[in-house]
Design a binder for this molecule. Sequence first.
Ligand SMILES: O=C(CO)[C@@H](O)[C@H](O)COP(=O)(O)O
Ligand SMILES: [Fe+2]
Length: 219
Amino acid sequence: MKKIQISPSILSADFSQLRNEIKRLEEGGADMIHVDVMDGHFVPNLTMGPPIIKSLRKFTKLPFDVHLMISPVHKYIKDYADAGADIITIHPEATENLAVSIDHIKSLGKKVGVSLNPESKINLITDLLNQIDLVLIMSVNPGFGGQKFMPEVLEKIKELKKIRDQKNIDFDIEIDGGINFDNNKLAIEAGANILVSGTTIFKNNNGDIKKNIDLLKSS
Ligand SMILES: O=C(CO)[C@@H](O)[C@H](O)COP(=O)(O)O
Ligand SMILES: [Fe+2]
């Protein structure tokens, strides 16, 4: 079984304190930092771009797990690679040619993630799974933190795990949206090995990040 890792989303952090918030996450045992990039077009919200990622890069050694919710995405991929992203995750609907965008990310020496919205089917990526390092399953509709978990996506995770076993290929399964201390177990049981969490990590237990990360990891 793969090691369970936590990727806290800085979307729920205090934006005026991002450098310190990342330090707190590192001290609290985060395995990577999830950066939600939104363009107000692919999703109805705007967040941050390459300059902010670049300015934070020197303050942590943790991998930056960059979730691009932008369309068209292809022409911006290099900017995120240059800014210091380690994993670059894109949505199939945001590129004209998913295979070409995957190759582009790999050619920049970065790990490739592909994200499926709650209504997006696995067959969008089945043929490309051997090229992908990570499949990000959205358990809310992308655009905002603090939304309610959609349990129906767990079936997709089970199916992905089955395909991974059958084809004997290797990729991580990450789940993103509404993860809390009740559904973390369900997500892990279904086959997710990376849990993204913003609200639960930053807001629960008076913002005790270490406690919240430990609780999310224990199942
Ligand atoms: O990509 C997204 C939302 O589009 C997520 O990464 C959320 O930002 C996670 O936040 P919580 O649901 O844990 O508050
Ligand atoms: Fe995300």
